[in-house]
Design a protein around this ligand. Structure first.
Ligand code: MEV
Length: 422
């Protein structure tokens, strides 16, 4: 049975009731626990506490004809609401389509002190099967699952600050792991053999976060009519979104912010699932600059029916086995809520969330502006900071927004009035 992620009014429930809805959707029977101090102490060094982040659920996502609820760990208001809203628009156009490459990482081995790097490259590529076989002796489990070293590439750099060098790329299929440890182990294991074959000296042996053999792509179509809102016609909003994209495509200053909006969605799911968001950030921005000029990660255009079509492509080296994905109980719960069956499916979901987040941001920016939606959420934080609880929060938010005075002193005053009335 395909469950529906279209859950109207989830935002009106309290956290415990929302969790019940999510549990029912995901068939989650066990308790959802946070990270214990004891477990945290085994994850990193010199632990003194646990740093929390809100975990929200974005609704309405249909990806490759399957419905998903999306766990998002993020401190910024509007992101979860924006993703859910955009996913609802996309849903009316049939949902997201997404696909991804095989989960192949690049392990880099730097070779120096070569008399002729081109000859070294020739010799190494002629002997690539020996290197691949040695790399594959390191992790029989991943090889047994169909992963492991698959190919070897070699690039000559003629002009670096220390002169010429050969950079070897070990292409390694990580299956459902992010793969950093496995790839680094394989790179270290083949270093001596590479020195022997090339006659050079190996220095660095480490994976590349520009994982451009491990790309994920998402596409969506939004009927122009569904974009109509508050005096902005559908075609006008489509035009505004395409113009917003054009600015990001042409101007790195805008592209940085445009891509930051995409990463709002991507990082939130990456963090919720216990993945390495610095790796994802590094890969995304390096990929956005792959032409030599930093540009938009997404594209937006109009199809022959006048509807809006968006695409997003970026490296997404995420895993669902090993590391924090396994150790962190909330990451395990997030993976269960997503119900993804492979790291590739996880990457496809994450790419779709990134595209949704981008749509939410540039739709608002090119229509009513971003601040209106932000202000209501900002007012909520101010009301809570003033000490409001329960229904007081909603009353204070209403008043602050109506008065266009979203300030702590005003919130405190209204709260005092409410408490006097009681
Ligand atoms: C804010 O976190 C993200 C936006 O700035 C993204 C954008 O400008 O596209 C709203």
């Amino acid at each position: 049975m395909n469950k529906s992620s279209r859950i109207a009014g989830l935002y009106k429930l309290g956290p415990a009731e929302r969790l019940d809805v999510v549990r029912a959707f995901a068939g989650l029977e066990e308790e959802v626990e946070g990270l214990s101090l004891e477990r945290a102490d085994r994850m990193i060094e010199n632990v003194i506490g646990i740093h929390g982040l809100p975990l929200g659920i974005a609704t309405n996502f249909t990806i490759n004809s399957r419905d998903y609820l999306i766990p998002m760990a993020i401190e910024e208001p509007s992101v979860v609401a924006g993703a859910s809203y955009a996913a609802r628009l996309v849903r009316s156009g049939g949902g997201f389509q997404a696909h991804s490459d095989e989960p192949r990482m690049i392990g880099q081995i730097q070779v120096l002190d070569l008399v002729d790097p081109w000859t070294a490259r020739f010799d190494l590529l002629a002997a690539k099967e020996r290197v691949i076989a040695l790399a594959n002796e390191q992790d029989p489990v991943i090889v047994g699952l169909g992963g492991g070293a698959k190919d070897l590439e070699a690039r000559v750099i003629t002009n670096s600050p220390v002169g010429q060098m050969l950079i070897v790329h070990l292409i390694y299929d990580c299956r459902d792991a992010m793969g950093a440890n496995t790839v680094n182990t394989a790179c270290e294991a083949v270093a001596l053999l590479i020195e022997e074959i090339t006659g050079g000296r190996v220095n660095l042996r480490i994976l590349s976060n520009l994982a451009d053999h491990r790309l994920a792509r998402a596409r969506c179509t939004v009927p122009a009519s569904t974009l109509e809102r508050d005096g902005f016609s559908g075609p006008k909003v489509v035009q505004g979104i395409i113009e917003a994209y054009a600015m990001a495509a042409a101007d790195p200053y805008r592209a940085a912010t445009h891509n930051k909006g995409i990463m709002n969605g991507i990082d939130a799911v990456v963090i919720a699932t216990g993945n390495d968001w610095r790796a994802i950030e590094a890969g995304a921005h390096a990929y956005a600059a792959r032409s030599g000029r930093y540009t938009s990660l997404s594209t937006w255009a109009r199809n022959e029916d006048g509807d809006l079509v968006g695409t997003l492509e970026l490296p997404l080296a995420v895993g669902m086995v090993g590391g924090a994905t396994k150790v962190h109980p909330m990451a395990q719960a997030a993976l269960k809520v997503l119900g993804v069956r492979s790291a590739r499916e996880l990457a496809e979901v994450i790419a779709s969330v990134g595209l949704a987040q981008n749509l939410a941001a540039i739709r608002a920016l090119s229509a009513e502006g971003i601040q209106r939606g932000h202000m209501a959420l900002h007012a909520r934080q101010i009301a809570m900071a003033a000490g409001a609880t329960g229904s007081e929060v909603d009353t204070i938010v209403d008043r602050l927004v109506r008065e266009r005075a979203i300030r702590l002193d005003r919130a405190k005053k209204i709260l005092a009035e409410l408490q006097d009335q009681k």
